[in-house]
Design a protein around this ligand. Structure first.
Ligand code: FES
Ligand SMILES: [Fe+2]
Length: 383
């Protein structure tokens, strides 16, 4: 359980000396996940898949514990604002949106996408009020690679780059679908699971994927990259029937970016055929939204409606297996157990996650440049 705002999940460690001797010293764990924040500050978070927000539509969400309205105007532009009417505090997303202005459901006050009030219907002639002086907070909002992101932090005029999936410079060359799940637990637990390779043979068992019986030693080259790392391009293991079937022309590259985005590209003959991005967004400090976007290269025109359900079936099967684990984990975390989270080398990316988050938040707080703490490393593990 997270008991203080800046404590990582690994705040409690086992007394088990055998486990400790095989792990990095628990004392070396970066306890602070941030300075004054339990999430990454000054950061973009995945809000909603662009295709799920048509022109003239809006959606109310809780992100990082805040009520946020995300909308798309009639001209296609996306925007985000606090989803609380500044009059008497009802969600603005419960009202109507005409593609230009949001109308509150309680007394009909209207707000434009810049958050300024444009009308107060109850005013009669002679009652002068500068309505545009009434504002609701807005958030920077961008649509990148077909997904909508919202910025949280106190430097909205100079936000960092939005995390990006590999090789999606020209979205028109790709089909795309996004699968959304809600996971229990603080984002830190889910982020560690996202980059944890040791669970794969035990959790992701499917007849069409792999079993836990044929584990082998893996050796992967990790290099620091942007706000995370990249596992250098490699041939995927032959554990999977899928990869076995596709053959030797396949190469895989996997990366991680803050706040908690796992990116992957699968190349065939040196060309990216599939690019994936799994993004975690805290709903609050006990719940996390996961959005996985799969992009695949357009081949036969008109085939996407047939392919999308197949892609969604595989993605949902995988993610449901992770969700089952997270739900079991939630029951145990309620008892505030002591944990050993730093087993070398399989647990090293989890440790890097906390180091990255701490370094990022310190840079955001102090204004100093972010220095990526990840070291160029070869990591080994069985899976
Ligand atoms: S509460 Fe929104 S208009 Fe009154
Ligand atoms: Fe998993």
């Amino acid at each position: 359980m997270l008991t203080t705002p800046d404590l990582a999940p690994a705040h409690a460690v086992s007394e088990n000396t055998e486990a400790q001797s095989q792990s990095d010293s628990p004392a070396n764990l970066p306890h602070g996940t941030g300075v004054g924040s339990i999430f990454c500050d000054h950061m973009w978070y995945f809000a909603v898949a662009g295709a799920k927000l048509k022109r003239g539509a809006m959606v109310g969400k809780t992100m990082l514990g805040k009520m946020v309205l995300v909308g798309r105007r009639n001209d296609g532009q996306v925007f985000a604002m606090e989803d609380i009417c500044p009059h008497q505090a009802v969600p603005l997303s419960a009202g109507r949106f005409d593609g230009n202005e949001v109308e509150c459901t309680f007394h009909g006050w209207r707000f434009n996408s810049e958050g300024s009030c444009t009308a107060i219907p109850s005013l009669v002639s002679g009652q002068c009020m500068k309505v545009c002086g009434i504002k609701t907070k807005t958030y920077p909002c961008r649509e990148v690679q077909g997904n909508i992101w919202v910025y949280f932090g106190n430097q909205p005029d100079s936000p960092p780059d939005v995390p990006r999936a590999y090789d999606i410079e020209d979205l028109s060359r790709f089909e795309k679908t996004t699968t959304t799940l809600v996971l229990p637990n603080h984002i830190d637990y889910n982020a560690v699971a996202l980059i944890d390779t040791a669970h794969v043979p035990f959790v992701h068992k499917s007849w069409w994927w792999r079993s836990s019986k044929n584990m082998r030693e893996k050796l992967k080259h990790y290099v620091p990259d942007q706000t995370g790392w990249t596992i250098v391009k490699h041939k995927p293991s032959k554990h999977s029937m899928v990869y076995k079937a596709i053959g030797d022309m396949i190469e895989d590259e996997i990366g991680f970016r803050l706040p908690a985005c796992r990116i992957e590209r699968i190349m065939y003959g040196g060309r990216t055929m599939i690019s994936g991005m799994t993004c975690l967004t805290p709903i609050d400090d006990k719940t996390t939204e996961l959005n996985h976007t799969t992009y695949w290269i357009k081949t036969v025109p008109g085939i996407a409606p047939l392919v999308v359900p197949i892609v969604q079936y595989f993605v949902r099967t995988f993610l449901s297996q992770d969700k089952d684990m997270a739900e079991m984990q939630q029951k145990c975390l309620a008892h505030n157990p002591k944990l050993v989270m730093t087993i070398r080398d399989a647990g090293t990316p989890g440790r890097w996650y906390f180091e990255l988050k701490k370094a990022w938040n310190e840079a955001a707080r102090t204004g100093r440049p972010f220095v990526n703490p990840v070291k160029d490393s070869f990591l080994k593990w069985m899976s």
